[in-house]
Ligand binder design. Sequence first.
Ligand SMILES: [Zn+2]
Ligand SMILES: [Zn+2]
Ligand SMILES: [Zn+2]
Length: 356
Amino acid sequence: MAEKELGYVELEWTCPNCNTRNPGSAPKCKQCGAAMPADVKFEQAAEETLITDQAKIEAAKAGPDVYCAYCGTRNVSTAKVCKQCGAALAEGAAREAQGVVGALRDKPAPPQKCPNCGTENKATALKCVNCGAAMGKAVPAAAPAVASPPRPAGIGILALILVGVVIVVAVFILLGRRSSDTVAQVADYGWRRAIAVQQLTPVTREGWLEQLPAGVDVVGCRKEVLQTVSEPVPGAREICGTPYVVDTGTGFGRVQQDCEYEVLADYCQYRSMEWVVGPPIILEGSDLNPRWPATNLRSDQRPGGQTEEYYVVFRADDRDYTYTTRSLQEYLELAQGTRWRLTINGFGQITGISPG
Ligand SMILES: [Zn+2]
Ligand SMILES: [Zn+2]
Ligand SMILES: [Zn+2]
């Protein structure tokens, strides 16, 4: 995140003695003449505009003001001796920088009423135009509404669902473990063999122009954010946050923005020819001589993987149990046998077969 300086604004301070608002650059109260104490903070004016006066800008950049160790008067950081008592300022304490004072108040503020006579004054007025009374503190900008985080709802319902799931899983485990043995005969059997076919197909994809595979057909490109970096880069798009004011300790605030930089690049749609899996070629039979289906592939087709699956149906006590396997040897062995002892679990699935 880069800090971008936009300029400087004059801050204000309120005299603790007479409650008068004073320009930040004034070391003494304009109303009662009291010096600004070190523990009084600088505040934002109701409306802030960037300073154009070069002398004030230089003062703002000079560094935090220094308080005289002897008389407590505020002096600019460049001064060698106190303008009030003439003491050397080398031992003086610099004003502590306060950090961010707030968002820049660059919008017109509503007028304010004089606390003494009720006359409407401009928001920026430090004294009433009618009676000369000190105006109150600068109007603070409306604080953004803080949304309270949503309350997690339905925790009770979630717990109930969880208990239900646990019960169902427990029942499944129990059913799966319960088993019984039964003697069965082979009632039916068959096989199914399939060869997947891949076909060269035009496919539309997207990618960064610089990283496109060779020989593809570019359809169109648009600018997209390739990466976001913290420092300015030629051609990058600058994205900045709300301007805010930082106390410099001089009575002036530095207006700055946090910015980052989006590096754009061409992101393109392109067409390429790719092998895409199409419908498989299947051959099925109910004999003991499984065969692979014939494939007459075109030049833009090629065989993908092949799969074989076999099933045997056992009958015991007028009930059928289907057993499937990918092993040809097991299929031939089971289909050619007559009597088998099956182990059946609680779901009616065969979990073991042995010669009966
Ligand atoms: Zn005062
Ligand atoms: Zn002094
Ligand atoms: Zn007034």
